[in-house]
Design a protein around this ligand. Structure first.
Ligand code: PLP
Length: 381
């Protein structure tokens, strides 16, 4: 099988797995127990991991707390903030193309009396800044914006949105699950207050992530659940030590290799799109042509259903819409929000290219997709 679903998840890099293994076999002590040396040593490794993770987003290690992934980080930032806030600010501003962990957290708060407002996005998925100026105001508590989209890859104008938010005194949360490790993410440059990271999107293990909380804001979050004092009580529960160590190594590798890797990934993506377009001139690419994740290609095949195409491509691991929504019959809400008709949205597949993709795999995928498309259109050439 040729794996082209890197937005859904990435394989754990073998270098990452290697540094994790001792934490299953030897260094298994609980880092919260500082009565014995073994526990204290693991605790010091956790702190080292925190530094590595902080470094990739240009944060201080004291601003990082460990979670189970970006879903939890997004929930903690949004619900955690809303639950402590008692002032006049009762509005959360987001976009219609966020991940469900953001959208559903907002919907939950709406049921409990908060106002949720959505920024307009253009046909590439980029936030329209005029709508940010109109909607973000003195009643806005938080603006939650993804760094880039998990379906169409479009990168958001975060600096501009943060500027607008700061003028109204609103805080900013960024879901950077798809961005960290792929494109530069700098919390100081973005001027965000909270930022979510997921390990399994950057070649680390699954089930671990982090939330950046700007210095001074930790107390403005209420925990999602209650227990011990880990992560200063904001995220109780025994640390996922191998996961945290693995995530830190994954961040370190990304930091060192990102510039070269993203340019190689982009070259493969461009080769894929050029070759496929040559074979099937009718296809349409969605998202922002230039300002998008290097490994993302989101393609509409007019006249052919995306799931039928996938069924005819058993050798390729791809997605229709977002993998997190599989099982849903509805067309992708991201694609309809950027103006695609239901028919076009249902005729769309997502390709995610990444670290281990080869040129040979790309050329095989192009051929197989072309054959499957032609077969479905019943015009065998
Ligand atoms: N946010 C975005 C943009 C994502 O793409 C995903 C994963 O699909 C998540 C959040 C959730 O991340 P996790 O799987 O770490 O909970």
């Amino acid at each position: 099988v040729i794996y082209l679903d890197y937005h859904s998840t990435t394989p754990c890099d073998p270098r990452v797995l290697k540094v994790m293994l001792p934490y299953f076999e030897e260094d298994y002590a609980n880092p919260s127990n500082n009565y014995h040396y073994a526990g204290r040593m693991v605790q010091s490794h956790i702190e080292e991991a925190r530094r590595k993770i902080a470094s990739i987003i240009n944060a201080n290690e004291k601003e990082i707390i460990f979670t189970s992934g970006a879903t939890e980080s997004n929930n903690l930032a949004i619900l955690g903030l809303a639950r402590t806030y008692q002032g006049k600010r009762n509005k959360i501003v987001t976009t219609p193309i966020e991940h469900k962990s953001v959208l559903k957290s907002c919907e939950y708060l709406e049921k409990h009396g908060l106002v949720i407002d959505y920024l307009d996005v253009d046909h590439t998925g980029a936030v329209i800044l005029e709508s940010a100026k109109d909607i973000i105001d003195e009643t806005t508590l938080l603006v939650s914006i993804q760094a880039c989209n998990n379906e169409i890859g479009t990168i958001q104008p975060l600096v501009e949105i943060s500027n607008i938010a700061k003028e109204s005194g609103a805080l900013v949360h960024c879901d950077a699950a798809q961005a960290v490790g792929k494109i530069p993410v700098d919390v100081a440059h973005f001027d965000v207050d909270f930022l979510s990271i997921s390990s399994h999107k950057l070649y680390g293990p699954k089930g671990v992530g982090a939330l950046f909380i700007r210095k001074g804001l930790r107390r403005s979050l209420e925990p999602l659940y209650w227990g011990g004092d880990q992560e200063l009580g904001l995220r109780p529960g025994t640390h996922n030590v191998p996961g945290i160590i693995g995530m830190a190594e994954a961040c370190l590798i990304c930091e060192e290799e990102m510039v070269l890797e993203s340019s190689e990934t982009k070259d493969l993506r461009d080769l894929f799109e050029r070759s496929l377009k040559k074979n099937i001139p009718d296809i349409k690419f969605n998202g922002n042509e230039h300002n998008r994740l290097p490994g993302n290609s989101n393609i509409t095949f007019p006249g052919v259903e995306g799931d039928a195409l996938l069924l005819n491509l058993p050798q390729l691991a791809l997605s229709i819409g977002s993998a997190c929504n599989t099982g849903a019959i509805e067309p992708s809400y991201v694609l309809t929000a950027i103006g695609l008709s239901r028919e076009y949205a249902n005729s769309t597949i997502r390709i995610g290219i990444g670290r281990f993709t080869t040129e040979a795999e790309i050329m095989t995928a192009v051929k197989e997709i072309t054959d499957a498309y032609n077969l479905l259109l019943n015009k065998v050439i």
